[in-house]
Design a protein around this ligand. Sequence first.
Ligand code: FCB
Length: 453
Amino acid sequence: MTAFPHANAFPAGFQFGAATSAYQIEGAATADGRGPSWWDTFAHTPGRIRDASTGDVACDHYHRWAQDLDLMQALKLQAYRFSIAWPRVLPEGRGRLNPTGLDFYERLVDGLLARGITPYATLYHWDLPQQLADAGGWQARETADAFAEFAVQAMRRLGDRVARWATLNEPRCSAYVGHLEGRHAPGLTDLRATLAAAHHLLLAHGRAVQAMRAERADASVGIVLDVKPYTPAAPGPEHEAAVRCGDGVFNRWFLDPLFKGRYPGDIAADYSSYLPPIHDGDFALISQPIDHLGINYYTRGHVLHAPEVRYPHAAEQRVPGAHYSTMEWEDWPEGLHAMLTRLHRDYAPKAIYVAENGAAEPDVVSADGRCRDEARVNYLAGHLSACARAVAEGVPLDAYLAWSFMDNFEWGRGYTQRFGLVHVDYETQLRTPKDSALAYRDFIGDFIAGHRK
Ligand code: FCB
């Protein structure tokens, strides 16, 4: 077992918490004027979700939010990252405001503050209103304008209380998994659509940052990216090239425009005949300064060059002896340290936080009521240690949020993957903190006590 780092390895002001997203936990899909999103449509399409489930009920958090916040407080969480469902706020995507939708997030934010928990809000965690999907979704440039309008509404209502805003969660996943791999809404397998979506998502981020700052000059705004280090599974220049290319597509395609105002030249050359029109000023908008970068880190890509697989021709290999989660993801904390130091060196965001990090395991609650999730305790200890090392080396890392606060709807895999610190029984909606939640609580308790002295 990996030991937890010493709580004093983190400076005062560092925050430990957990994350969720709206469609994955809220349920109440038609309550209080919520409109449909393309995830409702996708989940209700036969064959799309592994266990044929949907987010219609999920963890019923929309109705159980108060007790969920009580549990967060009991677990000593200092920060909570949630997302705001666009179709609750603007049921048709743009135009008519549904104030009742914002009321829910206002109750949530006030409830967090009342319990001493810092609210981190994400605006887009994949639930695009269906009417905007019908009008072209992220392949349509205008969707970026609609997103900025939504961002302003959220900022207007909650900007005085939300500590940290993220525009988008994982634009890479939205673009590639939704438009090239076909595993997420809208379920396409088209490179041109993928690159158009990626560009318009980045543009949406830029427009939203601008509009949110115009609404509130002191707003703290950034973006959350999924990052994944690539390593070669064998020596040789072709495998090195697969690593560079895999990294280019997964990481640099989003980091470079945001922090350097351009697409990475090597990948852009390979993609040249598939790119959407790029207008003058797009990159200036996309690369305007942000206050922080959130990263979602889960695993690495350990790859071999494989010409027969789709570009970037990198085939993932299993590492003998390593622990793999039920997602088939390798537990590799070194990669989090490597990514944090690299981001600091190559992109120098003002502040970095871990917005998601966690593992799905085959958790069961025993007859004695305990959920012994040793593998997740180990994962948590290893990744917190990686964070501690990065902090010691000067990376401006200031928060760590575990994915996820509780088990939830894991997109195309439905309810088959349990990522929670808290176990959810979907029949009864009973919440049971797993051993990892208790270990995390004790770690946070030591951290708080250490800085009180
Ligand atoms: C990330 C998503 C999050 C969750 C985890 C496991 O890509 O942001 O919603 O599905 O993966």
